[in-house]
Every structure is written in structure tokens, then in C-alpha cells.
Write a protein that binds this ligand. Sequence first.
Ligand code: BGC
Length: 542
Amino acid sequence: MPESSRATTTHRRLLLLCFLSSSALCFVLSEPVEAEEEIVSRSHFPDGFLFGTTTSAYQIEGAYLDDGKGLSNWDVFCHVPGNIKENGNGDTADNHYNLFLEDIELMHSLGVTAYRLSISWTRILPRGRYGEVNPMGIMFYNRILDHLVLKGIEPFVTIHHHDIPQELADRYGGWLSPLMQEDFVHFARICFESFGHKVKHWATINEANLFVDMAYIRGWYPPSHCSPPFGKCSAGNSDVEPLIALHNMILAHGKAVKIYRQEFQGKQGGSIGIVLHAMWYEPLRANNELDQQAVTRGLAFGVGWLLDPLVYGDYPSEMRLFLGDALPRFTVDEMDYLKGSIDYIGINHYLTLYAKDCLHSSCAPGGSDHAIRGYVYTTGDRDGVPIGQPTGNARFFVVPGGLKNIVNYMKQRYNNMPMYVTENGYAPPPGEEVQLNQILHDVKRIDYHKSYLAAVASSIRDGADVRGYFAWSLMDNFEWIDGYTVRYGLYYVDRTTLKRIPKISALWYRDFLANSSGNGLDLTQYHGRLEQDLRVAGLEDL
Ligand code: BGC
């Protein structure tokens, strides 16, 4: 049976089930976010489509004081007891700083064609622009890039992924200050100069829209700013500060891109874009016009907030309407260089939530009735039924159709400009993986990647210009405030020996990339191979 008709049959079956049942499950199945048909193989993607894994510097490198590296805001934040679960920190992380050759070998053995990494700002510029460039930092990334190229793995480099020099946090409160723009441009310039001839894909900033939420609305990430009802922090204003911080990040992006295009792009031939946190929404009250409007607003306040200025030169009109003068304004000159300042969109996708209108309806307290949230209340469940399978993050659920929907939305809103799924991954709910044996036999992670890859393949068939997919993450790593308690890796990392051990999802990804699997997957095959790998590595007693 051809693939497309198989997909249709499945859909029809779901509808029929729905028709015969009046249970809540019926609702889940009948949502427009219905599960994609999980038939997927590498051959469903265009030639040259990048298949990768992804990490970020602070989450894996460790060596936080080695070879001239300066202190970052995360180094300092993690050393305050109670900030991170089980008092974890990135001091050693996965010791990728010393084990990067082994890690590149792992990627090579998987057969990935690309690797998305980020640069630690303080390894290159220990004191931001108030000090010298650290040659050891430059050498470290050059060695990584050289080895990737040698192994035929395309580097996809994010310049900034959450960690800023502590010096800049101390001097001017980080991204709240417009001075950060010049610091970022200085950092970016050094990256272009030092690595640009080896990098064909640059991303300026990772998930600026999520970062400002975590750092300036909820106060969970440094500098821990927030105000009631969003949280209790010693400083901050959740209604205003995120708008200022994101404004500075957008301008920093624009200025860095301007320099890249004027001075480097021509001779280095790379592309430059940005990575955003892109979640999808479904109306909480099905067929309710107000909640449908809440979905539209939620997307404008989530996606449009960051991307509209970079494509069209200004914030979405809905944001101006509800936020008024609290939303900063761009000058004509700024609009000019911001407009069209991305060559592609990097989509980090992990979740779909229900959205409820709070403009005309009453909503639970917590901030949804504030303009900064677009007067949208979001939740992962409807009448106690989760929107998808729960995961290790209380707000992330498995809803593969959400990725297809968000890609489609980007395609419409931004004229189908090139897109990469720069992050997508699964961590199991707490308590599900306790024994090593359970951690390694991660069948749910395989199902997850299969179903989301199927969603991407389906979007491409529908005409979306998606050019790559990066699994978060290569290996278990420091999961920000969750420390090491939440695991996204294809490889398990033993926290004592730092040995990397493949989970069966790594074996599956390897087979998927070799085009020999994907469906009709015989899991026993992987269980057997894993036991054999462990025996060979002398780890069978683990
Ligand atoms: C971030 C990663 C993080 C992942 C899983 C993304 O928002 O870019 O750094 O580890 O989500 O939570």
C-alpha cells in the first residue's frame, strides 16, 4: 500500500474509533494533532537533508576553569546551593572539553551528517569585551571543527546558548542593558573571524524567546528576575523586563548579521539564522472561537515576538495592541537592518499545549491574564486528560502532529523560508527510568523520534522547505535547573566514570541513517545488540 494511503487509513481508523466511543481518549485521538503515521525512513527526505545530533557548550563541556576560561553566569548560578536539582552544576558536565574526540567518533559511528554545537562565550572571551581573546578557547573549537569536517560531519554552530560572561552580568545586568548588543557583536565577530571558513551554518542565539521567559518572567534562570504573580524574586518586573531583554537580543542578532553579511558571508559562503523555541497550541475548548483566537495570539506572542522583527522589521500588531508602550520600538534604521536578517529559521520543538482565552473568559491565577502572556492560559491537559504522553518536563507532551503544525505555520507566516528542526527530543517522566537497564532500553525515545521525523517528512511532502533535523541530544547532559535528573541523550553518560554507553535509540538512529530500519522495527534485535556492545565494552555488569 502506498505510504500516503496508509496514513489516510490510519486517520480514518482513528475517526471511526472516535465515532464509536464517547470516552475522553476519543478526544485526544480526534484532535487535529492526531498522531502521524509512524512510517518513516531516510529515503523519505530529500538528498542533502541534514540529520544530526545537538548539544550546547555549558551542558556538556565541563572544564569550567581550564585553560583560561572565565566564569559564566551559569557557573556562578549553579554554585548557589538550591538553584539546581540535587545541586548539580556544569563544572565537569560530560567533560566534552577533554573527550570531544571520542564524542565526534560516536557521532561518526551513528552516521550523522551534521552536528549542532554552541560556543562557550567565556572560553573565547573570559571577560567579554573587557579582556583579551583566549587562544586556548579558539584552539579548542578549531580542533572540534577540524575533526568534524574530517569525519564528514557538517558543523552547525550556535554562537550563544544561554551562558554569558559573569563579568557582563555584574557590569550591566546582562541582556537588560543595550550594552550587551555591542558585547554580542564583538563575540560574534571573533567567531566569524576564527571559525567562519569552516562553518556553513551559523545561528546567532538559541531560543531567545524561551530564555527571557525563564530568566525575566519566571525567574528560574539567572539572573532570577520576576515579580508576582509570576513568581517571587528579589528583583525584576515580569511584565516589562522580558520585553527589554528580548529587544536587546533582537538588535544584537541584527547587528551581528549585518557584520557577517558585509564582511564575511561573501568570502565564507555560509548562511546565518536564529533558533527559536516553537511550541504549538490547540484550543482548550474545542470549537470555541475565543480559544481559537487565543491560539492565534499565543503564536504571535511566542513565535512572532522573535521572528516578525527579523523577517518584517517590527513586532506583531497584536503585541503592540495589548502591550502598548511597554513594548520597545525600533528606529527606522534598526527596522531596516533587522528586516530580512535571517537566511533560515531554526525550530526547537518540544511541546504542544492547550490554549484558553483570558481576555473575555476567567482564567486561573498565575499571570495568564497579563498582557505579557497575550491573555492566554496554557495547560497540558483537558478535563484531566493529557494532550499527549507525559515526559520528563511537566509541560512537555508527546504530540508529533504539533511539529507538523508549527512547521506549517512558519511556512505560511514566513513565506516558506528554509527551516531546520534544530532541536527535538524526549526525556522520560521521573521514575520511569531508574535502573540502568531501563535507561538503556529507551523504546519510547525511539518511538518519539520516529513519529516526529514522520511529521517532518509529511510537512516536506506538503511543500515545507525543511532542510534538517537534529536530535536533542547526543548524550545525557546538564539539563539546566533539572541538573542531571532529566535525560535526553541517545547515549547514557555514567556520572562517575563519564563513560558514554549507547541506548537502543542510538542503535536505532544508526540504522535509520543507514536506511535499513525505521519501520517493522524488531526491538529484540536492538536489545540483543546492546547486550553484545556492553559485553564487548566490559560493561555487562552495569
Ligand atoms: C534548550 C536545551 C534544553 C532542551 C531540553 C531547549 O529548550 O535549547 O538547552 O536542554 O530544551 O529541555
